[in-house]
Ligand binder design. Sequence first.
Ligand code: 5GP
Ligand code: ZN
Length: 137
Amino acid sequence: MSDCIFCKIIAGEIPSSKVYEDDQVLAFLDITQVTKGHTLVVPKQHFRNMLEMDSESSSQLFAPIPKIARHLQQTLGAAGVNILNNNEEVAGQTVFHTHVHLLPRFSQEDGLDIRFTANEPDFPALAQLAQELYLGE
Ligand code: 5GP
Ligand code: ZN
């Protein structure tokens, strides 16, 4: 896509700090470095986000992620890694070319704070919702 910043990075029209590349995927450092080694993994083919991808294209995108995440963890001496993907503005997506964030974690006070609201479990409501959502095998 001509006006997509990540397509321009993939085409080499905009510089990036490359960490990994294969036929389908490019991984480069996020300019904001929320934590040290913060990396974006993107498919070379343009998709708006994960909601537009099929299983083949998403499998190709995810295939190298464990190895890149392990490499970041080991090389930087991180204690863990968050793997994150935002789809649409409401979910925090700001660049509309699918990307997966890999965020090496050094401590719980290293600049990234992801906390889920802990609601009391409502088991009948869960059962009802699962019935509505059940997709099959
Ligand atoms: P999102 O909020 O869409 O999940 O994440 C987009 C990410 O892309 C942000 O973390 C932002 O820092 C990063 N980003 C935006 N423009 C550029 C750029 O030109 N180069 C690099 N390396 N990262 C970028
Ligand atoms: Zn693109």
